[in-house]
Design a protein. Structure first.
Length: 226
């Protein structure tokens, strides 16, 4: 099943997605990356800071917070890299002609059925990278209907295990859009640690070797525990 995330994070991710569609314009064939103006960058940074404030509020007071569901987990505030509009991308989803069923394992060893559905391709820190996009396997009867259209992205990078969580990090993408030419927003400033980084009560999907980015993504959430 798609990893559980906070409603606050989902709300902000959704607003960023809507913002991304506005930036994308009405072109029939989307560009590889939508160009951003200075005003766009200012707005992206403001949205990023709003996201971080809502995430902090969620972890401190929401009943679904992992810190309120595990008395051994103590909340000291999320540690973030400084916001950087250079880690914001708007990209077309490149779907595979035949999505491949794969097994992704959780940190407690349990198998999870996923579809390797497509990928995003873009240039980050001067390097061409490719990031897999997963979707819940429709043959799995345990997947609730509201999660069947969600797209999942998780990754490791050159900071993993050093500056960032050793298992990897996730990005919110939202539901697949009906327009095949739509642009999707990837804001690495919102890259986050799964709940298993805070508490051993949780299990989270482990990114595969194919999900590694050969760049240092110094954006988003840092390691929570030193």
């Amino acid at each position: 099943m798609t990893p559980k995330t906070s409603p606050a994070i989902c709300r902000v991710a959704s607003s960023l997605l809507a913002l991304g569609l506005l930036f994308g314009g009405c072109a029939k064939t989307p560009p590889a990356v939508a160009l951003l103006t200075g005003a766009d960058s200012t707005r992206i940074l403001a949205e990023t800071m709003m996201h971080r404030a809502e995430a902090d509020s969620f972890f401190r007071s929401n009943p679904e917070s992992p810190f309120l569901n595990d008395t051994s987990a103590h909340y000291d505030g999320i540690k973030w890299f400084p916001p950087d509009a250079g880690w914001y991308f708007q990209l077309p989803l490149r779907r595979y002609a035949s999505p491949t069923p794969v097994t992704v394992y959780g940190t407690k060893g349990e198998p999870r059925k996923e579809l390797r559905y497509g990928y995003f391709q873009f240039t980050a820190a001067g390097t061409e990278v490719r990031l897999n996009v997963y979707k819940n396997d429709p043959s799995d009867p345990g997947i609730p209907e509201q999660y069947r259209q969600l797209l999942s992205v998780w990754f490791t990078d050159e900071t993993t295990g050093k500056e960032t969580y050793e298992v990897g990090r996730y990005l919110e993408i939202g539901e697949e859009l009906p327009d095949p030419d739509a642009l999707y927003t990837l804001n690495f400033n919102n890259a986050y640690n799964p709940y298993c980084s805070y508490s051993e009560r949780y299990s989270c999907a482990i990114p595969t070797k194919e999900d590694h980015l050969n760049v240092a993504v110094r954006a988003g959430e840092r390691r929570y525990h030193p």
